[in-house]
Design a binder for this molecule. Structure first.
Ligand code: F6P
Length: 360
């Protein structure tokens, strides 16, 4: 049984296709898909679909996930409304594992980010035959060099910078572009370099507003010039805090990050920046549309290899990319640490060598 969990990302469908195509080469395996992460098994009636070579046609290029997904709750924290109208959660993992047994499910492939792989680990520890496939546009899993979806997000952000440059230059404006990534600055860093931004603000390097102001001043000769600032949603000023809100959605465990772009615009104005400032928040556009060739390939490799792990009975593992190889790591290792940008890394050094200001 295959399922997709967490936020959607380009390449999920390509993984599903890879799994189904590889399985169809063997006589012994049939693949089913569970709708909306584990919800499809937990709901009554169950929401399960057959997956075969016919219904994965065309999936390689299709964004999103045909199985649907959710980044709320799950088998360990299933939301239940109490008599007073408030919500609580119950652990339905044992019941779910029993149900999978009745259904004759031999193995589960869980395609998802860190939250989903924590669920995989919990289920593996309870004896479920499960294999993980890492996904996220944020690229924040330390056990794999890259997750699919990341390159596509970077491409989308880079193209957005290309577009903002022409309007910024025409109006002599400062443009702030807020990108996703949660606590990791990968999308911001890569797209700032690829798009030739002037300033890149990432969570791993808290910024001093005066350094950014100085950079903006350098970018103008009298009144003429423009400045492109890429800011990661998790970025914050030195001594400041991350900007976000509790959504109030039942079972949503994250703080919804976002808002630093507009906060930065206000900080720059207060610091005395006189130029017009505009802020663009790319939001979920970064997760939409067709995957890049790189992400299609990585997703396909992950899909085929995940199915092979199942066929080999190698459970409790997650496929991972360790250049140039595709390996598998334990689920414990998979969720052990976040992959964050090292401020002393070659890429940050390169960006600084190109004159990109980090505000440190
Ligand atoms: O983890 C992927 C991601 O797109 C983050 O970059 C972002 O902060 C978050 O998901 C947005 O979540 P949601 O889809 O719940 O708004």
């Amino acid at each position: 049984m295959v399922l997709t969990g967490g936020g959607d990302c380009p390449g999920l469908n390509a993984v599903i296709r890879g799994i189904v195509k590889r399985a169809s080469q063997e006589k012994d395996w049939e693949v089913i898909g569970c709708i909306e992460s584990f919800n499809g098994v937990l709901r009554e009636p169950t929401e399960i679909v057959e997956l075969n070579e016919k219904n994965v046609h065309g999936l390689l290029v299709m964004g999103g996930t045909i199985l649907g997904t959710t980044n709320k709750s799950g088998p360990f924290e299933w939301p239940v409304r109490q008599p007073d109208g408030s919500w609580t959660t119950v652990d339905r993992s044992d019941e779910m594992i029993r149900k999978l047994g009745y259904m004759g499910v031999d193995a589960v492939i869980n395609i998802g980010g860190d939250g989903s792989q924590r669920i995989s680990l919990g289920l593996a520890q309870k004896g479920l035959n499960i294999v993980g496939v890492p996904k996220t546009i944020d690229n924040d899993l330390s056990s794999t060099d890259y997750t699919f979806g990341f390159q596509t997000a970077v491409q989308i952000c880079t193209e957005a910078i290309d577009k903002l440059v022409t309007t910024a230059a025409s109006h002599n404006r400062v443009f702030i572009m807020e990108v996703m990534g949660r606590e990791a600055g990968w999308i911001a860093l890569h797209s700032a370099i690829a798009g030739g931004a002037d300033v890149c603000l990432i969570p791993e390097i808290p910024y001093d507003i005066n350094e950014i102001k100085k950079k903006i001043e350098q970018r103008y000769v009298k009144r003429h010039g423009f400045c492109i600032i890429v800011v990661a949603e998790g970025a914050r000023p030195k001594g400041g805090t991350i900007v976000g809100t509790q959504t109030g959605e039942v079972g949503y465990q994250h703080i919804k990050l976002g808002g630093i772009g507009n906060q930065l615009a206000a900080e720059l104005k207060s610091a005395g920046v006189e130029q017009d400032i505009r802020c663009t928040i790319l939001g979920h556009l970064q997760r939409g549309g067709t995957p890049t060739a790189f992400d299609r390939i990585l997703a396909s490799v992950f899909g085929v290899r995940a199915m092979e792990l199942v066929m080999e009975g190698k459970y409790g593992r997650m496929v991972a990319y360790h250049h140039p190889d595709i390996v598998d790591v334990s689920l414990e290792e998979a969720v052990r640490a976040q992959n964050l940008v090292d401020p002393n890394s070659l890429l940050v050094h390169t960006a600084k060598g190109l004159g990109i200001e980090f505000g440190d």
